[in-house]
Design a protein around this ligand. Structure first.
Ligand code: MG
Length: 312
């Protein structure tokens, strides 16, 4: 299958997690993994909940379980891999909560975005942590919030703005680890060159509007965007832990870029900004110089013939 989408190895990524302005513990946990054998790239983020250390234990257990499944599931279909990974994370957190009284009732959201060649993406999630897509200026939420306010918005009872102040805004309807079985929601689709993806906990999406997130995602590098967005959430109060992960797909396949054997210039070591450079090799000036060479050669030959005629 031909695709214009570069391999996930070349995607630019960045992320940041922050405790926020109010909490003393960061119960969010995230990771980014790349498997050189399969060429797959994974973003995984979890937002834990539960007293004592429950929330932070649950989110870390879930992310690590997904990471292990990702590393071990080289031959598996991407969608099946993520679904199985979240089910095994659920079993792990659930059993740990049952066997450890101090961790009873803990749970976590989890959202996973898996990129693979040629140009495919699988998203799996449970809870209200989100994945967004920015394509051709259109910003859309890929995931559906498994939360009370998410359901009320979908039914048309409240708006996004009202959800931010709703007394039940922290109540989620599905979580990893709170029940013996979990229902994972899956989405799979084709990637496009230039796509941008953002994964976040509700510490960002509950504090910063979608329009504000879109504007930063559209214009900044992944690392800068993550830093700016976390700063914006903190400026809005930072009432929750804030976590952001971003992946940007180059606008052109990396293999289509001109290459040359030479020492890299300082500019060449900077990230490619999507603009094509001038063609390398013979320049226009070189082509323009060729007729002059032929004129000189022709003149020299003519002078030789005339000299031979006169001296004969
Ligand atoms: Mg949260």
């Amino acid at each position: 299958m031909l695709t214009r989408v570069p391999d996930p190895e070349s995607f630019a990524t960045g992320g940041l997690t922050d405790v926020g302005q109010v909490r003393t513990v960061n119960q969010d946990y995230c990771d980014e993994l790349f498997d050189p054998t399969t060429g797959r790239r994974l973003l995984v983020l979890a937002d834990g909940m539960g007293g004592h250390r429950g929330g932070e234990v649950a989110s870390q257990l879930a992310v690590e379980a997904v990471g292990r499944a990702f590393s071990a599931g080289a031959s598996a279909d991407a969608g099946e891999l993520l679904c199985t990974a979240l089910e095994s994370a659920n079993a792990l957190v659930y059993e740990k909560a049952l066997s450890t009284p101090a961790l009873a009732g803990m749970g976590t959201t989890c959202v996973c975005v898996l990129f693979e060649a040629p140009g495919r993406c699988a998203v799996a999630h449970v809870g209200d942590s989100r994945a967004y897509q920015l394509r051709d200026g259109k910003f859309s939420q890929i995931t559906e919030d498994h939360s009370v306010v998410g359901s009320l918005i979908r039914m048309g009872h409240i708006t996004e703005a009202e959800a931010r102040l709703h007394p039940q805004r922290n109540e989620i309807l599905r979580a990893i680890g709170t029940h013996a079985h979990v229902e994972v929601q899956m989405t799979e689709f084709d990637l496009e060159p230039g796509d941008r993806y953002l994964v976040c906990s509700d510490g960002l999406s509950g504090m910063v509007t979608d329009d504000e997130i879109r504007d930063v995602l559209a214009t900044e590098s992944p690392e800068a965007a993550a830093r700016i967005l976390v700063g914006m959430a903190n400026l809005e109060g930072g009432t929750d832990n804030i976590t952001v992960q971003i992946a940007v797909i180059p606008s052109e396949p990396v293999g289509a870029l001109p290459t040359v054997d030479r020492e890299p210039s300082p500019a060449a070591t900077e990230p490619w900004n999507g603009e094509r450079t001038e063609p390398l090799g013979d320049s226009d000036a070189g082509d323009a110089g060729r007729p002059l060479v032929w004129l000189l050669v022709g003149g020299a030959l003519l002078a030789g013939v005339l000299g031979w005629l006169f001296l004969r």
